[in-house]
Design a protein around this ligand. Structure first.
Ligand code: ATP
Ligand code: MG
Length: 401
């Protein structure tokens, strides 16, 4: 148990409030996993938390939440809230007011899944279970608190959360959840795109992307969120597997690479009619922009990510013409490495000749280029010149994209 989380609970108790660890951290500890962060539920309002713990920052629009920092730990303290009371929910079931404070049991019943509604007191070593979450942990089963259809209608993002928890924690979805997802999945299109971008990252950038994706297909969720059908899924699947492998090897990853793979079939579909036109390059660029602009209406990928996609797509035509007079210019492009990885995936699924990928692999050994890690790259996909590597023959694997 990290010191910070325990200290927050103790400080709030000393100030006369109730305070419990709750949610993912309790669930993960019971499942024998290392929690990624710690959430506290308390009777204290955010302002009262700030009074008890001066290092608090109050954040959030939809809910006000107190963030308490302890060295490198970040603990989120939220006030007990109650779920929907009559008048709180619109005609189609969407929650209107989420900020109504409540009691501890009310707080338990407004939570999404029973395994997320367990409260733990690290000082006295007491576990509170109002919804049967402990039994579901033992059964390795994800169950909604209440009726799944009603809970998904209130907040359709819970559908994606169900898939994410099932994939990440190897829990099975209870039959009533599985039955509710299909008929309600379309509601995801009404979720604010910025929230879906957050959820995209949680689903796919935490090391369980391929499992989450294949579960999503059981309910045709990818078709609702992306311009993609099941029979053209090979590249997306390969990219998701690749992302999982990179995460487990501690290599840098970007959601933009997944976005490029997921939307590639749609891009191909749009450019096909103009493939031999004299202005084919312009048409490709136009189509690429259109695909990204439309995707961003559903999921708010920041511009710098869609620029990455445009670069990777554009570079594919250059990579396909290996006899270009000056291939070194391509090698030095800041997105070359990502584009090359993308080409390798395309050949992995049989879309391009593996010989082509090999040609570029060999060329990189002949002309090593030192690259900065992604997070240091100039923002906005700038075309800044990349320094040439001082050492020849530097291992390819070291030149992170
Ligand atoms: P993770 O491991 O991803 O952090 P988590 O369960 O902690 O998982 P959070 O998004 O951090 O997920 O949310 C913390 C807790 O808040 C959840 O465990 C759940 O009890 C509650 N919660 C979060 N989002 C919702 C939601 N949309 N509807 C109901 N309860 C929610
Ligand atoms: Mg959490």
């Amino acid at each position: 148990m990290p010191a910070g989380a325990v200290q927050v609970v103790e400080a709030l108790r000393d100030a006369g409030h109730e305070a419990w660890l709750v949610g993912g951290c309790v669930r993960d500890l019971l499942l024998g996993r290392v929690p990624k962060d710690f959430d506290v539920a308390a009777s204290a309002t955010p302002d009262e938390v700030k009074r008890a713990l001066p290092r608090t920052r109050i954040i959030g629009r939809r809910f006000r939440i107190a963030h308490v920092r302890f060295r490198r730990e970040l603990i989120e303290v939220s006030t007990f809230r109650r779920g929907n009371v009559e008048g709180d929910v619109s005609a189609d079931g969407v929650v209107l007011s989420d900020n109504v404070y409540g009691t501890l049991p009310e707080d338990a019943f407004r939570r999404d899944f029973t395994v997320n509604a367990l409260y733990y007191d690290p000082v006295e070593d007491v576990l509170l279970d109002y919804t049967g979450g402990l039994m579901d942990i033992e059964r390795r089963e994800l169950r909604c608190v209440g009726d799944p259809a009603a809970r998904f209608r209130e907040d359709p993002v819970r559908i994606l959360r169900a898939v994410r928890f099932a994939a990440k924690l190897s829990l099975s979805l209870r039959a009533d959840i599985a039955a509710a997802i299909g008929p309600l999945a379309e509601l995801l299109t009404a979720i604010p795109p910025a929230r879906l971008f957050d959820e995209f990252n949680k689903l796919f950038m935490q090391g369980n992307a391929a499992a989450a994706w294949s579960l999503m297909w059981q309910y045709d969720l990818p078709e609702i969120l992306f311009p993609l059908s099941k029979d053209e899924d090979a590249l997306a699947q390969a990219a998701l597997e690749n992302t999982d492998e990179r995460i487990s090897a501690d290599k840098p990853v970007t959601p933009a690479f997944l976005l490029a793979a997921i939307c590639w079939p749609e891009f191909q579909r749009r450019v096909a009619p103009a493939a031999t036109a004299p202005n084919a390059a312009d048409e490709r660029l136009k189509a690429a922009h259109a695909v990204m602009d439309e995707q961003r209406l559903t999921i708010a990928f920041p511009r710098r990510l869609s620029h990455f996609v445009l670069d990777v797509w554009r570079l594919q035509s250059g990579l396909e013409r290996r006899s270009r007079r000056n291939p070194k210019r391509l090698l030095e492009h800041p997105r070359f490495r990502a584009a090359y990885d993308f080409l390798a995936l395309r050949s992995q699924i049989g879309e391009t000749d593996p010989e082509l990928t090999r040609w570029w692999t060999d060329l990189q050994v002949e002309h090593p280029v030192e690259r900065r890690p992604l997070h240091e790259a100039p923002r906005g996909g700038g075309r800044r010149r990349v320094r040439r590597g001082p050492r020849r023959g530097r291992a390819l694997a070291e030149s992170a994209p």
